[in-house]
Design a protein. Sequence first.
Length: 149
Amino acid sequence: MNHMEIANVSSRRHRVGLVLFIAFVAVISTQASTAAPLALAISPARGAVTSANPVFIASVVPGDLPLEIQVAKSPAVTKIGFQKYVALCITTRAGSGRVRCSLSGPLRAGAYYWTLVYQRNTRCQIVGGRRYCFPEPQLTTPRRFTVRN
């Protein structure tokens, strides 16, 4: 092999590697863009100051089952909600893609966190060639808010 043939082989290998890298990036970005949207805590917004009786509003996506809104003094969570909550309320539909609820009693002045607990069919199995999906608990990111009486 002369120097010219070696350069051509090296150049082809570089191009093949570049094409494979671009294909890999395209596959990853396609998968990331098709990920299911998540439910979102809307109100009270992060850092908001509310009365002792805040109204909680969250957005949900079709197929999700909203269960409850939990309120806690600490943002520490488990798979099914706050480690220790001080109040909760059961959500009701509030228009297209939204749920809301109010607590049964007032909160004392201070800092709190809230999260929407909902279920999404994310635990899937294939049985006999058919795909079956079962619900798993999900949480929105805890939002901090302050109650001033």
